[in-house]
Each structure stands twice: as C-alpha cells, then as structure tokens.
Design a protein around this ligand. Structure first.
Ligand code: PLP
Length: 360
C-alpha cells in the first residue's frame, strides 16, 4: 500500500486509523449485519451513535450544557446564510470582521438579510496582519459580530479568541475547530464544515448557545434552515448525512485516543513552528504574514522565483507530497497540515524543500 502525504486544504487527509476502522466496519457495523450507510436514521442504533458522537465532541471541547450541538447539511457556506437568517431579525445591523476570502463571502451573503456593517478589514494590510478585537468598530445594537478564526486561503489565524462582551461572538472555524483548545463560553455560535479538520464532506457542526435559538427567524426561512428546528429534533429533522456524521465521529474518537485537543494543539504547534522556521531561515522561500497571526493549519509560502513553481509541484508529487499548490487568489504554495497530518509528513516536506532549494 502506498499512501501519499496529502497537503490539500479540503477535503483533506484523514487519519489512517480512521480509514482502517471505517474499512473494517464497512460490511457489518457493530454486528448489525449491515453497513452504517444502510441503517435507518430513526433506529435506536443510529440514535445511540449520534448521541455518543455529540458526547465525544462535548468532552473534547468541554461544551457547557447551555449550548446545543447540531450536525447539519450544506457545508460552511450554508452557515453564511443561516447565521443572519436566524439571528438578525429585528436588529438594525450585523457586524462582520473581514480578514480574507471566507469572511468576505460570509459578509456578502449576510448583506442579503440586512445591514452588514464592516467592523474591521484586513485588506489595508494586504491580509498579512489581523485587526484585533480592540480595533473592531461594533455598533451597540448589532445582532452579533462574525469573524473567521482561521482564513484557510490567506493562511492567517487569530492568535487568541477575541474578547467581546456586548454582542454574541460568532465564528467560522471550518478549518481549525479541534486544532486547539477554545473556551466555548466566549461564543454565541461556532460553525465548521467537516471536510478539513473534522471528517469528510457532507456534515457541518454548529455549536449554538441555547438562548440564541429563541431569536425569531425571518418569516420565509425554510424549516430546514432554522436552528431551532434542528435543535428540537436532535439534527434528525430530515434524513441526515449518516455516513459523514459517523466518520466525523470516528475522527472525534481518534482525537480522544491521541490524548485530546490539548495534545493536538501541542502537535500542531510543533509542526507549524518547524515549517515556518525552515521558511524564515531561507532566502528561497518566503511568508510575509505577521508571525503572531500565521495559521497553524494552512501554511502559505512563495518561492523567490515564481518560474520554479511548476517544477516545485511536479518534483513534490514525485516524492509523494501532493496538493501543495496555493489558492489561485494568493498564488505560490500552501501546505495544509491539519490534525491528521503526521509530523513525519511535515518533516518529509521540509526535507524536500531543502533539497529543492539546493538543486533548483
Ligand atoms: C472551506 C471553508 C468554507 C466553505 O465550506 P463549504 O463546506 O465548501 O461550504 C467556509 N469557511 C472556511 C473558513 C473554509 O475553510
């Protein structure tokens, strides 16, 4: 068997142990004589599984009981609409912190539901530095403030959770949920699609403070897009994406076995520090982001000579280092090193980069 190191931003590499477990359980899940995919979502079996997956996530992040945990359809992008649809009715504005491609897309979508106010914007720093919470311009009567904790494309991440006292803080953690410990109590709502750091495409995790479920959504909001409907039905209002849900559960379990989120964070810190150090010590590779705000999940870098980009990617492929091409908006390279990327994968990349620099 030959597995590559896959540095894709998403769908991304999964832990080998998770894939093996899924393979082992494929034909006969827990002595049911069926695959998990064939089990009715309203069966006792599935309900038990769903409850235990929720409990695992609650344990991993120490989620307090006044928060609901939802497993929804539609990816990160559906949340760009669900957040304003469910939470902005009756408020004069919603505040958005724009720090890169994803937060700006969330902002554009929110404009369709009311007055989206720009609280801060990283474009004046060319997305190389982040506006910290004390600089945010927040209208007192806004419905909430939304920010993106890790900008997957720009490779920029908040070094600490912003301290906001007057408005519910809402965050898109699609590319870094479970990569580090967070204090859930600081948030009104957290969302993350699964295909980056949590599992596979098809399921989105939403952690919402229960009082926010009481806000009345706009009259025409479809039932499928109402948080309260999903909370009431434990995310089983319609047929959920059972297999992605199960697989995400296997990843939660894997994180527990690795020693939990604190261990993951330690691991991620070490992987990212090594890679940035290599980049900073070289004149051949560069990353211009303020070191305090560099993403530990998505490491972007440029080659000093762009003409070498194609050769870099082709040679990397030959070494089993796949999907290093940067997003077209940013150019250069991007190594996504989520929880499932072993330190050995980062070591192999560093070694390759050194060799390439010497011989190019
Ligand atoms: C990938 C990503 C999204 C979009 O997720 P989809 O599931 O494709 O809708 C949103 N936000 C961030 C930060 C992402 O990285």
């Amino acid at each position: 068997m030959s597995r590559v190191y896959n540095f894709s931003a998403g769908p991304a590499q999964l832990p080998l142990e998770v894939l093996q477990q899924a393979q082992g359980e494929m034909l006969d899940w827990h002595h049911t004589g069926m695959s998990l995919m064939e089990i009715p979502h309203r069966s006792e079996n599935f309900e038990k599984l769903a409850a235990s997956i929720e409990q695992d996530l609650r344990d991993l992040l120490d989620i307090p009981s006044d928060y609901s945990v939802l497993f929804l359809h539609g990816g990160g992008r559906t949340q760009f609409a669900m957040v304003p649809m469910n939470l902005a009715q009756g408020y004069s504005s919603m505040a958005y912190v724009n720090t890169g491609v994803w937060s700006e897309l969330a902002f554009e979508e929110a404009k369709r539901y009311g007055h989206a106010h720009v609280a801060a914007c990283a474009s004046k720093n060319n997305y190389l530095d982040l506006p910290l919470a004390p600089e945010w311009d927040l209208p007192a009567d806004a419905a909430y403030v939304h920010y993106t904790d890790n900008e997957t494309i720009q490779g920029i991440e908040y070094p600490a959770i912003p301290e906001i006292s007057k408005l519910p803080l809402i965050t898109d953690m699609s590319s870094n949920l479970l990569s580090k410990l967070i204090d859930v109590k600081k948030f009104g709502l957290i969302y993350a699609c699964a295909q980056k750091n949590l599992g596979i495409a098809g399921i989105t995790v939403v952690i919402i403070r229960k009082d926010l479920l009481e806000r009345t959504p706009f009259d025409f909001t479809p039932s499928m897009l109402r948080y309260a409907v999903h909370a009431k039905d434990k995310s089983l209002y319609n047929t959920p994406a059972t297999y992605p849900w199960y697989l995400t559960g296997l990843v939660f379990n894997w994180i527990k076995q690795q020693g939990g989120v604190a261990k993951m964070a330690e691991h991620n810190q070490r992987k990212a520090a090594k890679l940035y150090k290599m980049i900073d010590n070289s004149d051949f590779y560069t990353n211009k982001i303020n070191p305090l705000c560099r993403s530990k999940m998505n490491v972007v870098f440029q080659l000093h000579d762009e003409a070498l980009n194609q050769k870099f990617l082709a040679d990397a492929n030959k070494h089993g280092l796949i999907n290093l091409k940067g997003h077209r908006i940013v150019g250069g390279m991007r190594a996504s090193i989520y929880n499932a990327m072993p330190e050995k994968g980062v070591d192999a990349l560093i070694e390759f980069m050194r060799d390439f620099e010497r011989t190019a």
